[in-house]
Design a protein around this ligand. Structure first.
Ligand code: CA
Length: 258
């Protein structure tokens, strides 16, 4: 990554190179790269320093225009995106990078109590949220969980599957309906892939959280419901009368293969 950080850029501190820890001991994979989009300089520096210390490659952006430019010109494994930003807000940035075809996981930083923002964020293709103010350990855990489940992670029985009008490339990150791309977010794709791999079986919210999100606690089951709702919006001909993903009362959801 180069071309954006010359001189005094948004990532002021780069002094953690020497103390980088390996989060992938024994593995030869390169560091995951994270784009941090935050206009508050102090928070931006705190986040980028901590991420570098944890072994991530970090690039920063201080406003929405810069975020969009970097997100579309460079390659990242994850984007941490603040909602309230100069020039273009985080929702607009997220929507536009999805429109540009990027499926990079997006973790949004929302303000306290902005539940409407969370729902809005899901509709425009974000994958997860952390509400400000947050504990940095929680943010790190969410980032790690998102990356563990990121698209591109090899699927065990990788190949494409067809369910009626829906085609899912289980190995890649693409799903289409009648040949038209569904423009799923990374998390929606992972959810759909999990459903497809367990078609015809009832899966609980706790199982989805554990297997798709990588969370062990089931304190976030509402997250599953919101993502299922947004996936239905894109997948189903009539999202109010879903034929692919049905709700199983008190138990969870079931993906119907036909
Ligand atoms: Ca902000």
């Amino acid at each position: 990554m180069s071309g954006f950080s010359s001189g005094i850029g948004p990532c002021e501190s780069s002094s953690f190179e020497g103390v980088r820890k390996s989060r992938h001991a024994g593995a030869s994979r390169v560091s995951d790269s994270v784009l941090v989009v935050e206009d508050e300089a102090a928070l931006r520096t705190t986040l980028s320093d901590r991420l570098r210390y944890e072994g991530y490659e970090v690039e920063c952006a201080a406003n929405g225009d810069e975020a969009f430019e970097k997100a579309t010109k460079l390659t990242f494994d994850l984007i941490v995106l603040d909602v309230v930003l100069p020039r273009r807000d985080g929702f607009t940035v997220c929507r536009e990078i999805r429109k540009a075809g990027l499926i990079t996981p997006v973790l949004m930083l929302t303000a306290r109590g902005q539940t409407a923002d969370k729902v809005n964020g899901l509709k425009i293709g974000a994958d997860d949220y952390v509400t400000k103010p947050f504990a940095i350990e929680e943010l790190m855990a969410r980032i790690a969980a998102l990356l563990r489940r990121a698209p591109g992670a090899p699927a065990s029985d990788a190949r494409s599957r067809q369910f009626g009008s829906i085609q899912i490339d289980l190995r890649g990150t693409q799903a289409t309906r009648d040949g038209v791309p569904l423009n799923l977010s990374a998390r929606e794709f992972q959810l759909l892939r999990y459903f497809a791999q367990h078609a015809g079986r009832t899966v609980s919210r706790a199982e989805l959280l554990r297997e798709v999100w990588g969370y062990s606690a089931d304190a976030f089951t509402r997250t599953v419901d919101m993502h299922v709702a947004s996936l239905r919006q894109k997948l189903e001909t009539d999202p109010k009368q879903p034929t692919f993903i049905s709700t199983v009362q008190r138990l969870g959801y079931k993906f119907n293969p036909s």
